[in-house]
Structures are given as C-alpha cells and as structure tokens.
Design a protein around this ligand. Structure first.
Ligand SMILES: Nc1ncnc2c1ncn2[C@@H]1O[C@H](COP(=O)(O)OP(=O)(O)OP(=O)(O)O)[C@@H](O)[C@H]1O
Ligand SMILES: [Mg+2]
Length: 253
C-alpha cells in the first residue's frame, strides 16, 4: 500500500464566523497525483491555505510525513518540502527566468550571508551546485530557450512553468497546484499535464485543485470531491465520474 504524505483530519476553518472548511478529512498518497475538485466556493483554496500555513485550522489536525504542522509558519512548511502555486501568478518583475530559478535555491544553502560577502569556499561551491541545478530544472520544465528573458514578459503558459521551476528549485517533495491550467489553451494545458505527470517519476507528489475535468480525469490517480467545506466523495476518476452525489453537487437539484 502506498503511504500518505499528507493527512487532514477533521479540519475546520471559518472566516469571521463564516464556515469555509468544515470537518474536512482527506489524504494524499506519496508520489501520486491527487486532485481536489468541487464547485466555486467549496473551500478548496482555503484547504490549500491551511496546508501551507497561511491560515491555521481552528479545529482538527494536519499531518505532513507524520508530523503535525497545524501551527507552523509558511516559511517553516516550505522548508519541510511543501511548495505551492496560487490561482494568481506571483513573479518578480525585474528577474529573468534563470534568476528566478537560481533565487529559489538560496533557501537550501548552508552558507551564511557572511560567507557570501567574504566569498568563502563553501559559498562558491553551493553557488556552483545551484547554477548546475538551475540548468537541469530549466531543461526539465522546457524553459532553457527563455533563460535570459524577464519572466514577466513570457506568455501565460510559460509563466506557469517558471512557477513549477521555482517549486523544483526549493527542493519540494509535495507541490500544491491551485488551478494550474486556468486560462490556458488546449496545447498549453496538455503541456502542463505532461509536465505534472513527469514530476511524479522523480519522487514528487502532486496535490491539484482544478476545474478542468479533462485535466483531472486524465492525470489523477485519486480524486476528492468537496462541497460546502467538506468531502462528499472520493475515489478513482472513473468512480467519481459515476457518483450521483458528485453529479448532484455540480448540477444542483
Ligand atoms: N479571505 C476571505 N474572507 C472571507 N471569506 C472568504 C475568504 N476567502 C474565501 N472566503 C469564503 O470561503 C468559502 C470558500 O472559499 P474558497 O476560496 O476556499 O473556495 P474555492 O473552492 O477555492 O472556490 P473557487 O473554485 O471559486 O476558487 C467561500 O464561501 C468564500 O466566499
Ligand atoms: Mg479557489
């Protein structure tokens, strides 16, 4: 049996008394693609924010690799190997693609700021290793030919790739993707599907929130369905497709 890398156990969260996530229990299996779907306002993005520490559960627990992370800061959670991309892309206006990927690796450095100022051997070694990794990562996400372009000048589909590259740069083992193919054409979204699938071959787990059912049904090994803050169904894409509860949640009464 495949082990769970992430578990949410009876998690609840309200924004000023308005319940967004309610008694949410689910898990994500290691090295797989797990999707979370549900109608607008179901609480999917809130669930992501709870996992990455932007907000904290008011009830229930979140475990990552068996460690309880309920109260950890986003910084600490990132350092544990969880990366996330949100519905809106966040890039630095002045940095090239290569600089974005390089920068993402600084969190992994053992050398201090002082090392970098003095230019110690440790710092130089680490800088060399990260430069090599940057080239590998850009190749993996097919961005080599745009390496020297300012990231914000790229078309939307490629900007998404920069975000993937950054997640790989920080050394994430679990990547949360909130609607990664939103606003993309078929070709761009096919490319992203291929990229996401390829990551599971290098020991990366994907937790995906996505409205595009074509994407979800094609690449997920497991799908969890949320409605009004809680899970109403889970299973393989085939099982979900046939579940009357799911159909009802999407289509209404
Ligand atoms: N910052 C906030 N303050 C108050 N209420 C919020 C806030 N963010 C979300 N909500 C509410 O919480 C509920 C869940 O929202 P959430 O964004 O998690 O849904 P979602 O499933 O991601 O929806 P979508 O598919 O449209 O992205 C909604 O009723 C929403 O209005
Ligand atoms: Mg959302």
């Amino acid at each position: 049996m495949q082990s769970n890398i992430l578990t949410l156990s009876e998690v609840s969260f309200s924004y000023n008394g308005v319940k967004a996530v309610s008694n949410l229990s689910m898990n994500v299996k290691k090295d797989r693609i797990t999707s979370l779907i549900g109608p607008n306002g179901a609480g999917k993005t809130t669930a992501f924010k709870l996992i990455c520490g932007e907000i904290h559960p008011q009830e229930g627990n979140i475990f990552y690799k068996e460690e309880k992370i309920n109260k950890f800061s986003p910084h600490r959670i990132a350092a544990m190997g969880i990366a996330w991309t949100f519905q809106n892309i966040r890039l630095f206006p002045s940095l090239t693609v290569r600089e974005h990927v390089n920068l993402s690796q600084y969190t992994r450095y053992n050398s201090s700021l002082l090392d970098s100022i003095i230019g110690t051997t440790l710092f130089k070694q680490e800088r060399m290793i990260s430069a090599r990794r940057t080239e590998e990562i850009m190749k993996r996400v097919k961005l080599e030919e745009y390496a020297d372009e300012p990231a914000v000048n790229l078309p939307y589909g490629l900007q998404r790739r920069v975000e993937f590259a950054r997640a790989l740069g920080v050394g994430a083992t679990l990547i949360l993707l909130d609607e990664p193919t939103a606003g993309m054409n078929i070709q761009e979204s096919n490319d992203i599907m291929e990229l996401i699938t390829s990551l599971t071959n290098i020991d990366i787990t994907i937790f995906l929130v996505e409205h595009d059912m074509r994407v979800v049904m094609n690449i997920s090994s497991e799908v969890w369905v949320m409605n009004e803050g809680t899970i109403i169904s889970s299973g393989t894409p085939e099982e979900i497709r046939r579940d009357p509860l799911v159909i009802k949640a999407y289509l209404g009464e």
